[in-house]
Design a protein around this ligand. Structure first.
Ligand SMILES: Cc1cc2nc3c(=O)[nH]c(=O)nc-3n(C[C@H](O)[C@H](O)[C@H](O)COP(=O)(O)OP(=O)(O)OC[C@H]3O[C@@H](n4cnc5c(N)ncnc54)[C@H](O)[C@@H]3O)c2cc1C
Length: 476
């Protein structure tokens, strides 16, 4: 190996979780020439904790999903900074669009049937999540709750499917591969671990080893992150180097580049971004996997807007109301699964808007969105929710540095025989040099779509370089 760890030039594209994880691991293994180029004017990517209400809100990642085999949890488990919200979904209300609050035990029983109707185990491994869920749900209702009103059952199924879609990030569960659902490894334990009043940014600060008394510091990455540097060309050149060009005309050379941009950015840019073009297997993966859209809307009120015994509600649309809604300018409200209180922020409410409706809201003004939400509250609730004092929302799809929220594997990827493994594989130059490496959540085989998947992917590519340079110099 001509270069050793101390001199090897490593450039990382993207200062999101994966890029930060890769950089910190490399620096901790004696790589000294590590730089990050980031298009936005902030670090964090899809972790974006901002001040709002009484402390902070997360516009992107918010929860650490589970404990077992979760590298995020592993890193902080002894610090007492992650807090559980285990019983959230067992206490939530279910409200119909005629304002009827569904009796709690009944709502939970139908929800339980829907949960048990989801694909699980090794079979079947073909088809869509939606088909499997729908068929199983109705079969289970027939046998376990034959007396149940079919309209109510249908509303419950629709809401459940919409909620699952918002977790997976799909427009519809009928797009989602069952195989992906089975191959995704859930981490056991509380799925809604949160960061108290600090937000997910706290984790990034720990990863970078920023000291508590340095609110704006970058710790290990001090002096190594170039903000506002949008990479527009990545050229695998000979001999053994990679040339990067930025939108502002800047030019960088490296021995290795780790590209962590989102799947959405790759889909939009890969033909212009990479010289020579990426190999067909990688292009197949880029074209076949999907980056869904889920947006968050936070509202701040003078005081807690929901009754004391409400943590939030799922909305069940009556078929006739949904038909009417679809004819109005508020049709995007169909993309809302429910409305939730925010942990450590009793004066806030949050809604998620999913899929095509989530993308549509990004084209609307704040006033129009607020008007729609007021209409929504009046439609579902018997009590009044006043207009909020302040309002903030995400627009992940229209931002060209993201183009969506998180990735999933659609049925079409199974048909084309591709998945995250093709997105992950490094690309060599003509001389066989491993010049281009890929990280980011969408490259994770079993934890795609998550922060822990993004961290693992960053560590994976750093480890690849560490192994490549194992014969030279540094023995930890
Ligand atoms: C609304 C929302 C809620 C979520 N909730 C959770 C949750 O609760 N728990 C969880 O585990 N996960 C959650 N996620 C998913 C999680 O946030 C992501 O999986 C993870 O943060 C992705 O990290 P990444 O490093 O792979 O990508 P990114 O964070 O997207 O980082 C890539 C970086 O590359 C930069 N970039 C793009 N193009 C260029 C370019 N041309 N030149 C230079 N830089 C460029 C981008 O600006 C970005 O900073 C959520 C995501 C969203 C959007």
């Amino acid at each position: 190996m001509e270069n050793c760890r101390t001199s090897a030039r490593i450039l990382i594209i993207g200062a999101g979780t994966s890029g930060i994880a890769a950089a910190t691991r490399l620096l901790q293994n004696n790589f000294q020439n590590v730089q990050i180029l980031e298009a936005e004017n902030r670090i964090g990517g899809r972790i974006n904790t901002i001040p709002f209400g009484d402390n902070v809100v997360d516009m992107g990642a918010q929860w650490c999903y589970g404990k077992q085999s979760n590298c995020v949890y592993e890193m902080v488990k002894d610090m007492g900074i992650l807090h559980g919200t285990d019983d959230y979904y067992s206490t939530i209300k279910r409200v119909r669009s005629n304002k009827e609050v569904i009796q709690h035990e009944l709502g939970c029983a139908i929800h339980d049937i829907a949960l048990r109707s989801m694909p699980s185990g090794p079979n079947p491994v073909v088809g869509s999540f939606g088909t499997h869920l729908t068929e199983n749900f109705w079969r289970n209702i027939e046998t376990e709750m034959p007396q149940l009103d079919r309209d109510l059952a249908n509303e419950a199924l629709e809401t459940f499917a919409k909620h699952e879609s918002s977790i997976i990030g799909s427009d519809s569960l009928f797009d989602v591969s069952i195989r992906e659902h089975i191959e995704y490894h859930e981490c056991d334990g509380d799925k809604l671990l949160h960061w108290g009043t600090k937000g997910y940014k706290r984790f990034l600060r720990l990863l970078m080893k920023v000291s508590e008394d340095d609110p704006e510091g970058l710790g290990l990455l001090e002096g190594r992150v170039h903000l506002g540097k949008k990479v527009t060309k990545i050229e695998l050149a000979c001999p053994s180097k990679v040339i990067l060009r930025c939108e502002d005309g800047d030019y960088f050379e490296a021995d290795h580049v780790i590209c962590t941009v989102s799947l959405g950015v790759l889909q939009e840019q890969h033909e212009k971004l990479f010289v020579p073009p990426l190999p067909p297997a990688k292009v197949n993966a880029i074209r076949s996997l999907t980056l869904g859209t889920v947006n968050k809307l936070y509202m701040e009120f003078e005081k807690q807007p929901l009754p004391d015994d409400w943590v939030g509600f799922f909305c069940f649309w009556l078929a006739k109301d949904l038909k009417e809604l679809r004819k109005t300018e508020y049709s995007w409200l169909e993309g809302i699964t429910g409305c939730h209180m925010v942990t450590c922020q009793p004066r806030l409410l949050m809604v998620w808007v999913n899929g095509p409706h989530g993308r549509h809201t990004e084209t609307l003004s704040d006033e129009k969105v607020m008007e729609g939400l007021q209409w929504f509250f009046r439609k579902f609730l018997t009590f009044e929710i006043p207009p909020p004092k302040r309002f903030v929302r995400s627009k992940w799809f229209s931002n060209p540095n993201f183009r969506g929220s998180w990735s999933f594997r659609p049925t079409i990827a199974d048909d084309r025989g591709t998945g995250p493994w093709d997105l992950e594989s490094p690309v060599k130059g003509e001389d066989g040099h491993i010049g281009l490496l890929f990280a980011g959540e969408a490259t994770s085989r079993n934890h795609f779509s998550t922060v822990h998947g993004a961290v693992e992917a960053g560590f994976r590519e750093a480890n690849r370089l560490i192994a490549l340079y194992s014969s030279c110099g540094f023995n930890p």
